[in-house]
Design a protein around this ligand. Structure first.
Ligand SMILES: Cc1cc2nc3c(=O)[nH]c(=O)nc-3n(C[C@H](O)[C@H](O)[C@H](O)COP(=O)(O)OP(=O)(O)OC[C@H]3O[C@@H](n4cnc5c(N)ncnc54)[C@H](O)[C@@H]3O)c2cc1C
Length: 388
């Protein structure tokens, strides 16, 4: 009988990569076989998709190179079904099947263009390097003209500022229902708003988008905002794979997890990153790399501990910063309390640019180091009680 414990990690983004590499190190003296499944062999630096959109070329990080020396097997393909009874992952509709005793579900999330008519046809997204490159190509062929960025969340702000900085000849409009960056403290937010103004970005807030047309974005009330190129950054969706497999999910399709990040319906399945509905004393964590990397770290450690018959403490995490790039030459970092409300301190200008760059590059540094040592990504463990 084969007594090797088979662990399959589906999704080779920020969290799947980290959990696989850390698991390999944590279980190096155990009989464990780890397999990582991802549709592309190139690692997607999602934190930098807005840089691609603005026309920059990113380094080409290949997943097999990042995994070299860990013993983790890489399967290039998409998980297309999970048979939870047989404990099998089906890859590319049956091209391969992978048996597991433990499954780590790390499929992330993507921008939802399905809620507003026309967005799926006429708007670009930052969902993959390919979609970001198509948008960059569109911008490159424009001589003057109007760019609309739909969604004033941090991704929309980073994209709008990056595009405005690198394409000063284009008129960039940021369209948002809510005021941007209200989660920041007053001073950091004022700095961010000044950067938007300095870069010549037109800000339209309180604007509900009702339709995306080939050459315009339609707002509630009928106003048309002319648009030669539209970037959609608002709304999040997750893969239906978990729900289709009968794994318990919330109303958005995120996997419901217990205090140790195991599926509430299938404890042999661990959910991490954007795909997991992680509740903490102060509320549900939102999809960020900042919270995702700790879920991956924790899960790798929890699996290794259980395999050794050890006790596993509940997951704890607290936010500590909101880093926002404002083009390549400016940034603002709001330091926060554990529940993501703003603290007193913030950073701007060149120091913030250097800080943000360190943050964006840190997952790859973490992977390299994690092959040999236990690197922590948990800066704050938060509180056990709801924030006052
Ligand atoms: C432009 C932009 C800027 C951002 N900036 C920040 C920031 O500054 N700070 C921050 O904390 N967060 C930021 N985020 C959010 C952050 O990128 C996500 O929270 C993070 O990527 C989540 O990690 P993940 O591993 O859950 O998902 P991902 O990194 O998205 O990885 C999911 C992986 O699963 C793969 N996959 C999908 N379907 C399948 C399948 N069926 N089978 C196998 N594999 C599959 C995907 O190809 C991908 O490789 C930003 C996001 C964007 C888009």
């Amino acid at each position: 009988m084969n007594d090797t414990h088979r662990i399959v990690v589906i999704g080779g983004g920020y969290t799947g990569m980290f959990s696989a590499i850390r698991l390999a190190h944590r279980t190096r003296r155990l009989r464990v076989q780890i397999t990582l499944v991802n549709p592309s062999s190139r690692f997607t630096e999602r934190l930098r998709m807005h840089q691609i959109a603005a026309g920059q070329r990113l380094a080409d990080h290949q997943i097999p190179d990042l995994l070299a020396g860990t013993g983790v097997a890489f399967v290039r393909g998409a998980a297309t079904a999970i048979d939870t009874d047989a404990r099998q992952v089906v890859v590319d509709g049956g091209a391969a099947t992978l048996d597991y005793e433990t499954l780590v579900y790390a499929l992330g999330s993507s921008t939802d263009t399905g809620k507003v008519p026309g967005a799926d046809v006429h708007a670009h997204t930052l969902n993959s390097p390919q979609t970001a490159e198509r948008f960059a190509a569109r911008l490159a062929e424009m001589v003057g003209g109007a760019v609309t960025v739909c969604g004033g969340g941090l991704t929309g702000i980073e994209a709008a500022t990056e595009i405005a900085e690198s394409h000063p000849g284009l008129n960039v409009t940021l369209i948002s229902l809510d005021e941007p960056a209200t989660m920041m403290g007053g001073k950091a937010r004022a700095y961010l708003m000044r950067a938007i103004e300095r870069l010549g970005i037109t800000l339209k807030t309180g604007a509900k988008i009702t339709k995306v047309l080939p050459d315009a974005v339609e707002l509630e009330g009928g106003e048309l905002v002319h648009s030669d190129a539209c970037l959609w950054t608002t709304g999040v969706k997750v893969s239906p794979l978990a729900a289709d497999a009968g794994i318990a999910v919330d109303e958005r399709g995120l996997i419901l997890v217990d205090a140790t990040l195991r599926s509430t319906s299938h404890p042999e399945i661990h959910a991490i990153g954007d795909a997991a509905a992680v509740r903490l004393p102060w509320g549900q964590i939102h999809g960020t790399c900042q919270s995702g990397m700790p879920t991956a770290q924790y899960t790798a450690d929890a699996i290794a501990r259980r395999l050794r018959g050890k006790r596993v403490e509940p997951f704890r995490f607290g936010y500590f910063h909101q880093p926002v790039s404002l083009g390549r030459r400016d940034a603002v970092i709001q330091f926060t309390k554990a529940d993501d409300t703003p603290g007193r301190w913030y950073l701007t200008g060149r120091a913030a640019v250097a800080y943000k760059e360190t943050v964006s590059g840190s997952p790859l540094t973490t992977y390299r180091l994690s092959k040999h040592m236990n690197v922590t990504t948990i800066v704050s463990k938060g509180t056990r009680e709801p924030a006052a």
